[in-house]
Design a protein around this ligand. Sequence first.
Ligand SMILES: NC(=O)c1ccc[n+]([C@@H]2O[C@H](COP(=O)([O-])OP(=O)(O)OC[C@H]3O[C@@H](n4cnc5c(N)ncnc54)[C@H](O)[C@@H]3O)[C@@H](O)[C@H]2O)c1
Length: 273
Amino acid sequence: MGKLEGKVAFITGAARGQGASHARFLAREGAKIIAVDILDSIPDFYATATQEELDGLVQEIKDLGSDAIGLKVDVRDFAQVKAAVDQGIEHFGRIDVLCNNAGMIRVDAIDEMSDHSLDVVIDICLKGVFNGVRAVAQHMKQRGSGSIINTSSAGGIKALPYVSHYAAAKGGVVLATKSWANELAEWNINVNAVAPGTILSGMITGLAGQAGQDPDEAFEDYNANTLFAGNKPGDKGRVEVEDISKVVLFLATDDARTITGQTIAIDAGWTAS
Ligand SMILES: NC(=O)c1ccc[n+]([C@@H]2O[C@H](COP(=O)([O-])OP(=O)(O)OC[C@H]3O[C@@H](n4cnc5c(N)ncnc54)[C@H](O)[C@@H]3O)[C@@H](O)[C@H]2O)c1
């Protein structure tokens, strides 16, 4: 019997990358999945996921022997998030786990940052996380249980130049996570965050494209200063989406029942350097 048998997880930004990987990991432990993604392009930003990717994920989860629905949701819009939460509860009867994973980044020097760019990054990476928690908290309170896992970033703990909107949003997620852990403990709800290091996903490929750089080269650049970088034994210098999903899965289960308010960096030691 899987560790999440009978449970239901709502995952944002689920059509590809880390979100899709989290969905697979939770489904393999028995969770049913409500997978949501924007599926619309955002002007001046790299491409978001496609309907085909979301449909493919839903089919994959079914092939794993679990069940899933895929919904088109922009996390910036509370009404859309709330409607998807209500639809998910109607369909599966409950939500036990919320993964606020959706995120976008852009390289912007502070004196060249447009209103649009600032709004997009803050509204997806910070307000989007608020929207998820706002939409699901009452349901979890009524049920007297739940696990909320927010996606921060190593870049929200240690500063990086030219992504100050992203750093501020992801740093905000760390503090909001602590705040919600305090607020929701009374209802037996755990609230934690993961802070991934650099991963070669759609985000880094998109960033590299913006900078006119080869994605592998960009990845090596961003990853050069982790504690495990270079030729250290064990080959732990490269953080993969699965490394994040293993921690997300742990936080979603009863194994993490005494952990709340924490942000766990999975970054090959970069934030400790
Ligand atoms: N890749 C990295 O190096 C890295 C490092 C640290 C943190 N993160 C964070 O991890 C999370 C997942 O990113 P990823 O690496 O899988 O990148 P990704 O670009 O592959 O995935 C992000 C997903 O979010 C979706 N999305 C974007 N805007 C949305 C919106 N408004 N509403 C709903 N969905 C939306 C995209 O369509 C995409 O499917 C993000 O929060 C990101 O900020 C990534």
